[in-house]
Design a protein around this ligand. Structure first.
Ligand code: FES
Ligand SMILES: [Fe+2]
Length: 421
């Protein structure tokens, strides 16, 4: 593992400006920066989506996942409460749970079969008394002192978040008053888990964060958005960042008729606009109105690892799991509402094809992040990016041609990492 970057080493990375307009490429490639992020951000006072409560609803249900690079298991205990623990055996450090999900009353480490209950309490140690009166554990061995480290978890409206830091504020304080209404909008009634997709990207996790805070790219990179009028830059859009630190944000777009938005795309000769293209089965583009304001896109990013998505009628929570400076895993958890009728459920599943690893829209996003990673790694990371779109514009909150949410992200990130101003 790379040495964690000390505060005294921060100066060797030059940020031409502190306002997020220019970012040194080293933040995407340097292993010491990655190690410092794990320490200060992922094991720091931040909350991370780890499961939908519906994924682990029965006593004994469990799911293994990660907070940053730290493996954890989230379980439903016998009393119905949620519990979570670090997935590293208290004996000699092996990964205890090796399955993605399941139901179990006990979790047994395969190495020497130390056994833990669903709260991670040590319940069994083979040959604890030795064999035929010989050996065994010392008399002062206390199983209670060798449980798996607990992880704090909280359920907000069916979303389970976890944190590795004792210093994290209450979850609702972390999410904050600017963002909570947007969560409440989607999670206004019980949700059910429909399934997940997983993909690995050969790029840095922050490139994905830039991507989901970037309304500018969405109608240019994605042919599907642009051509089929799911998202165009001249729709009514709003972009909002958390006023406290700029780290969480949301993009919403309200659809307009094709005739109202297509003209500008023809005029600007946008390559991904293909006039006249039609889907053989247009039912994919059907929209059922289910919110007071039926946004076509609603991309809500919660720092540093959670993205909540509503695109037409498909709903998902995306989980960003960094693996190294140049790799992350992305998991899409698709969900619906418990009271969906059969037709709406079918539509949600059909529209799940818009997102995920082979999603008609989202497959281009991780590819774009890999294009950046490949180029900045092979050119050397002593240069940086330039993100001035919309800077100094009067009201960036109502334009989709802006990079202000990315600039806010970088300002907040600099503060958390100790670069500061
Ligand atoms: S490492 Fe888990 S029982 Fe030995
Ligand atoms: Fe995108």
């Amino acid at each position: 593992m790379a040495t964690v970057l000390a505060a005294s080493d921060l100066d060797r990375f030059a940020w031409p400006r502190g306002d997020g307009r220019q970012v040194p490429y080293a933040v995407f490639t340097d292993p010491a920066i990655f190690a410092r992020e794990q320490e200060r951000i992922y094991r720091g006072p931040t909350w991370h989506f780890v499961a939908l409560a519906d994924e682990i609803k029965a006593p004994g249900d469990f799911k293994s996942t990660f907070i940053g690079t730290t493996p954890i298991v989230v379980t439903r205990a016998r009393d119905g409460q949620l519990a979570a623990w670090i997935n590293r055996c208290a004996h000699r450090g092996a990964m205890v749970c090796r399955e993605l999900r399941g139901n179990a009353r006990a979790h047994r480490c395969v190495y020497h079969q130390w056994t833990y209950d669903e709260r991670g309490q040590l319940r069994g140690v083979p040959f604890r008394e030795g064999l035929k009166g010989k050996t065994g554990m010392p008399d002062d061995f206390d199983p209670g002192a060798h449980s798996l480290p607990p992880v704090r978890v909280e359920d907000y409206r069916g979303l389970v978040f976890g944190t590795l830091s004792a210093n994290s504020p209450a979850l609702t304080d972390y999410l904050g008053p600017d963002m909570l209404p947007w969560l409440d909008r989607i999670f206004h009634k019980p949700v059910v888990y429909l399934g997940c997709t997983r993909q690995y990207a050969k790029s840095n996790w922050k490139l994905y964060y830039e991507n989901v805070k970037d309304p500018y790219h969405a109608s240019l990179l994605h042919l599907f958005h642009t051509t089929f009028n799911i998202y165009r830059s001249n729709m009514q859009g709003r972009t909002l960042v958390d006023s406290r630190n700029g780290l969480h944000s949301i993009i919403t777009t309200t659809p307009l008729a094709d005739a109202e938005t297509a003209g500008e795309y023809q005029k600007q000769d946008i390559a991904t606009y293909r006039g006249g293209l039609k889907l053989a089965d247009p039912s994919l583009l059907t929209v059922r109105t289910e919110f007071a304001e039926q946004t076509s896109n609603n991309i809500h990013t919660l720092f540093p690892s959670t993205v909540i998505q509503q695109i037409h009628n498909t709903l998902a929570v995306r989980q960003v799991l960094p693996k190294s400076a140049g790799e992350f895993e992305l998991v899409f958890h698709f969900f619906g509402y418990a009271d969906d009728d059969a037709e709406l459920r079918k539509l949600r599943l059909k529209q799940a094809n818009l997102a995920g690893p082979a999603g008609y829209i989202s497959m281009e996003d991780t590819e774009a992040t890999e294009l950046v990673q490949r180029a900045v790694e092979s050119c050397g990371a002593d240069d940086g990016s330039y993100m001035a779109m919309g800077d100094e514009a009067r009201d960036q909150g109502t334009s989709l041609i802006t990079e202000h949410m990315i600039r806010s992200f970088w300002r907040g990130y600099r503060g958390m990492m100790g670069w500061g101003d």
